[in-house]
Design a protein around this ligand. Structure first.
Ligand SMILES: NC(=O)c1ccc[n+]([C@@H]2O[C@H](COP(=O)([O-])OP(=O)(O)OC[C@H]3O[C@@H](n4cnc5c(N)ncnc54)[C@H](OP(=O)(O)O)[C@@H]3O)[C@@H](O)[C@H]2O)c1
Length: 316
């Protein structure tokens, strides 16, 4: 079976992407075949195409691009029990094999969960990477609770907004930073106080917290540690080689990855069904215009909320 997808023949800049046709792989026992109804953009998509993740990816080209999707199951491998043909689902791709920006895809069943009717395909497609990352950051070994005070740097980005919603769902008190333009959105989410990240003095104004979650990768580690309560933790999701080593050695500074939270997709689906996790969609684009859209965002076009590609007439 063939399908159209966005792919690339070698690592490189945005000009390497094109809309092409590919042969879907044979289903292995743990695989599911999905007709995609919506797919959402993450910064990971262009980092993978640029080659920043090449150590973690397979060597085959052309490669697909895109991780997060929602769609309808067309077939399942013989070991699959969590979903069946006809189910409406959402999920993500294995980091080794991206390819969600496609009319149809094959992924492992453990990365897929059923979608309820309360959540649209478009909203569901926005959840996987943002929510599994926020889950790994906030609800890992020492989960936030109603006693926690949290500060989220970049609190209106995709991961930041999801982290705010998760922390509030657990009863935590949430402070955050964002640009001047996004301050109103942050306040509507329940973030209090909200600081402008360009206000250099904000770190002195913020009360000490139990957890700082830096979604933007802009905080100095020493400054962040000085803003914590004595047993507080600083969590980062934008690794560099130096920061990974520091994370391994430090008891208070940790790097987390989306993959650490994928086993929680069923709980994430439940929170979304109850309206406790609700992504903000900033732009809906037909799949035919996906290549130009990714190029524009990668080149700096700012969109408040997630960018979603739509594939067909399905809506709920
Ligand atoms: N480790 C992992 O597994 C993992 C998983 C997911 C994402 N990530 C990484 O995490 C980052 C965020 O991802 P995302 O999907 O949330 O991206 P996003 O939706 O583009 O959000 C980025 C946010 O960063 C904020 N920001 C920009 N400059 C800032 C600054 N100087 N200080 C504080 N905040 C600033 C922006 O706020 P304004 O719009 O208000 O300017 C925006 O809300 C990306 O680099 C991504 O690759 C890592």
């Amino acid at each position: 079976m063939k399908a159209r997808r966005i792919q690339f023949n070698k690592y490189g800049d945005a000009s390497e992407m094109y809309m092409g046709e590919y042969e879907l792989p044979q289903l292995k026992p743990d695989d599911v075949l999905i007709k995609v109804v919506a797919a959402a953009v993450n910064p990971l998509d262009w980092k993978q195409r640029q080659g920043a993740m090449k150590l973690f990816m397979n060597r085959q080209f052309p490669k697909g691009i895109g991780s997060d999707f929602a769609g309808i199951v067309q077939a399942v491998g013989r070991n699959v029990s969590n979903v069946q043909k006809g189910d409406k689902v959402f999920g993500t791709m294995d980091v080794k094999h991206p390819g969600a920006f496609a009319e149809a895809l094959v992924t492992k069943s453990r990365y897929v969960v059923k979608k309820t009717s309360q959540v649209s395909f478009e909203e569901a497609a926005c959840l996987p990477i943002a929510a599994t990352t926020a889950w790994a950051a906030l609800l890992g070994k020492k989960p936030v609770s109603s006693h926690s005070q949290v500060l989220i740097n970049g609190c209106t980005g995709a991961v930041g907004l999801t982290a705010v919603q998760l922390a509030i769902a657990k009863g935590a008190k949430v402070a955050g930073t964002c640009s001047q333009t996004s301050m109103h959105r942050a306040k509507l989410l329940g973030v209090d106080p909200v600081f402008n990240y360009n206000d250099e003095g904000y770190q002195k104004k913020a009360e000490p917290v139990d957890l700082i979650f830096d979604t933007a990768g802009t905080m100095n580690i020493g400054h962040a540690l000085s803003m914590l309560k004595p047993r507080g933790k600083f969590i980062d999701i934008n690794p560099t080689a130096g920061r990974i080593i520091r994370g391994v050695l430090s008891g208070r500074y940790k790097i987390v990855f989306a993959t650490m939270g994928t086993k929680h997709l069923p709980e994430i689906a439940k929170l979304a069904a109850h309206g406790l996790l609700k992504p903000e969609i900033g732009l809906r684009v037909s799949f035919s215009n996906a290549v130009e859209t990714i190029r524009a965002i990668e080149n700096g076009q700012r969109i408040a909320g997630k960018v979603v590609f739509t594939f067909s007439g399905e809506s709920m």
